[in-house]
Ligand binder design. Structure first.
Ligand code: PMP
Length: 401
């Protein structure tokens, strides 16, 4: 008999190596003190890897809305949207999001991951082709697999490469969907949307933008990269998640397409799973309203992001990209030094994400920071100071060897 878990032996060795370095991937938050601080390993720690971009997780009105929904509608919906799981509040959130985005329709999914599965497998089928940026998130790749569509990868953020691949492909009579991300989650760079739109005009395809890290963050109305670029009309479909700027759990797809509603009866990740719980929906609705009312949070996030970006760059660190965004990745030499630095940072009182291959583009080893509008200047400066001391100790070790 072949033990199905045998294939994970190399992974087990890697897990042991991490433990031996004194780390635990995904340390436990023992207590949350605020959107930017938690007790980890008994220590008061600054959180710089939460995706809590707008810092809304402890906002009174969001917490109260969640409590009220729990009291009035119970702990879970116990069914999918096409059975017993559609509540008035799901539809209310869909209307709220559509209005926020200035789009006609919106469908809420149970997570952001499922929003990508549901949108892509709902939109494309085996006769269609999906063109993916090579650095796409796992949920986008999995959505493509689930759809059964042909997959064509183009070079990351390279409209000319997409153009070339579209030109090369013969017209096979199927639909063509191109998928981009607003802000790429690992390196923090944005898709060059205007250039991709030129390729769209030349070849004619439908465009989906995953605004997971940019919804609520970019653009004059906070709708994401398409809003920032003034190209909302060119995005045929927008995907977003509640797990970042909204501070809850769930996801959505939005569109102006007149037949968009058919996805509710064609998309398995929408149909065959329980709908998001009342508390999640109520807190998400409260957060969307809050973001609409308080655009100054975006300015604060931008200022905080610029402060951390320039601070880390000033230390001579190699960052993931040249533009300021709330995702700021520090490139490290190799897996071992990344683990050591990550541990030292955690012990000194700052939590950042550790990102290692194969989950990273170009096999990079990264210490990924995400900035929040709720960080204070002092917290940002402390993060920079701790990076500085960790880098200094690394340089001392290197000099001694
Ligand atoms: N899309 C992208 C680009 C993401 O980075 C993520 C999660 N990090 C998702 C989708 C999935 O979102 P969720 O965690 O809400 O399922």
């Amino acid at each position: 008999m072949v033990d199905l878990l045998d294939k994970y032996k190399p992974l087990l060795e890697r897990m042991h190596a991490v433990e031996q370095a004194g780390s635990r991937i995904g340390p436990v938050n023992e207590r949350l003190l605020s959107p930017t601080r938690a007790i980890i390993n008994g220590r008061d720690t600054i959180l710089a890897g939460t995706n809590n971009y707008m810092g809304v997780t402890f906002e009174r009105e969001c917490v109260e809305a969640g409590k009220k929904a729990l009291e009035e509608f119970g702990t879970g919906t116990t069914g999918s949207r096409i059975a017993n799981g559609s509540y008035a509040m799901h539809e209310e959130l869909e209307r709220e999001l559509a209005s926020f985005l200035g789009m006609k329709q919106c469908i809420v999914f149970s997570t952001g991951y499922q929003a990508n599965l549901g949108m892509m497998a709902g939109l494309a089928g085996p006769r269609d082709t999906i063109f993916l940026d090579a650095d796409s998130h796992s949920s986008i790749y999995d959505g493509c697999t689930l759809s059964g569509a042909k997959l064509v990868r183009f070079r990351h953020n390279d409209p000319a490469d997409l153009d070339k691949r579209l030109t090369r492909m013969e017209n096979d009579g199927g639909g063509r969907l191109v998928v981009l991300e607003g802000i790429y989650s690992m390196l923090g760079d944005r898709a060059p949307l205007a250039e991709f739109v030129e390729v769209k005009k030349k070849h004619g395809f439908q465009l989906l933008v995953d605004e997971a890290h940019s919804f609520g963050v970019l653009g004059p109305n906070g709708c994401g990269l398409a809003d920032e670029a003034g190209l909302m009309d060119e995005a045929d479909f927008i995907v977003g998640t509640f797990s970042k700027s909204i501070g809850a759990i769930g996801g959505f797809g939005a569109s102006n397409h007149p037949m968009f509603e058919t996805l509710r009866y064609a998309s398995k990740p929408y149909m065959f799973t329980a709908s998001p719980s009342p508390a999640s929906i109520a807190t998400a609705t409260a957060a969307v309203r809050l973001l609409k009312r308080e655009p100054q949070r975006r300015d604060r996030l931008q200022a905080n992001s610029a402060r951390l970006f320039h601070g880390l760059k000033g230390l001579g660190l190699q960052l993931g990209c040249d533009t300021v965004s709330p995702v700021i990745a520090v490139k490290c030499e190799d897996e071992t030094s990344t683990l050591v630095m990550w541990n030292q940072l955690l012990e000194a009182g700052v939590y950042v994400n550790i990102a290692l291959p194969p989950g990273t583009p170009g096999k990079l080893c990264l210490l990924r920071c995400s900035v929040s509008a709720a960080h204070t200047d002092e917290e940002i400066d402390r993060i920079i100071a701790l990076f500085s001391s960790v880098v200094a100790s690394r340089n001392r070790v290197a000099a001694a060897v």
